[in-house]
Design a protein around this ligand. Sequence first.
Ligand code: ZN
Ligand code: ZN
Length: 361
Amino acid sequence: MSSTLAKPGKTMQALVLLEPHRFEIQEVPTPQPGPGEVLCRVRATAICGSDPKVIDGKIPGWPPGYPFIAGHEWAGQVVQLGEGVTGWKPGERVVGEPHKGCGSCRQCLTGNYNMCDNYGFPESGHRHYGFKSQGSYADYMVVSAKALHSLPDSIGYAEGTMVGSAGVALHGLRLAGVEPAATGLVIGPGAIGLCAIQLLKAMGATRVICVGRTGARLNMAREIGADDLVDSLTGTAVEQVLDLTGGRGVDISVETAAAEEGPTYAIKMTRLGGKIVLIGFFIPPERTIPMQAVVFKQLSLYGVKADPNSYDQVLSFVVAGKLALKPLISHVFPLREFAKALDTFVNRREGAMKVVIEAEG
Ligand SMILES: [Zn+2]
Ligand SMILES: [Zn+2]
């Protein structure tokens, strides 16, 4: 389905970062698509856990300078094609990936464009939308045709913004591999964790335990398919998980919370020879983990960066009814209320889970 779009004006509204933790809505020039690029109307952008870090300038190089437009978990419509772009039509519904590699380095050629050797060098063709390249907190956005995926009609724009979160979980589980009838563990019932619970099941796990703080998020974990819930604050979480698995521990565990004890919990809660998927976005200071247990238990640890090669599979799981993204969206705000949206997300007001900015009109 495609709908007619108004021709974009010369200027558009955008949320512009001016310096660390200072931003305002400004009227800025509407970007023009270069060769291989597509101008898209942004219909919705979800606030990602990494956005507050970008907005506060907590990660060196994100953003590369000011003024800057952040935002990378978005869905929208094709408006205008740049030179040489084929396969897309104005009005088509799309979802975009944050990473676009240079396409010619060793990492890109082996499918690892999320770790492009030319990361941060736009002249190579590399883009990291919302981190290194202008993002989606705006009426329009220019994006490489290579980063676009068709958004099925049955998936709404707000829901479509969640494909990347699910893609991170899918990428991690695919790296590690989920064995048939596995017992899985997810630490952290946030957006990625709740996707991981559903994907573990969809990929063959028959039982999933979720560890988190008692409250709305842990209840949501139950609603979307977790079989057992363990309160991380009881002081006996490790013992509880071992009890639930006959003393063995789980086959595969997924840490999504970047919790202080998260990796250590995963190491203690996973069986001999098991797998640990590390997704949580840790920022320094570095944590220590029980290395002797990693070695003696012969554990495999998988670091997971972003969501490469995952969008079409995630969309298939959603269309097939194996992965529900809609329940994870707790709030929707217009762009002009971004400050309130950010506060709601960061401070988890009113049980905030995924907070989405939706275009008006
Ligand atoms: Zn994100
Ligand atoms: Zn590359």
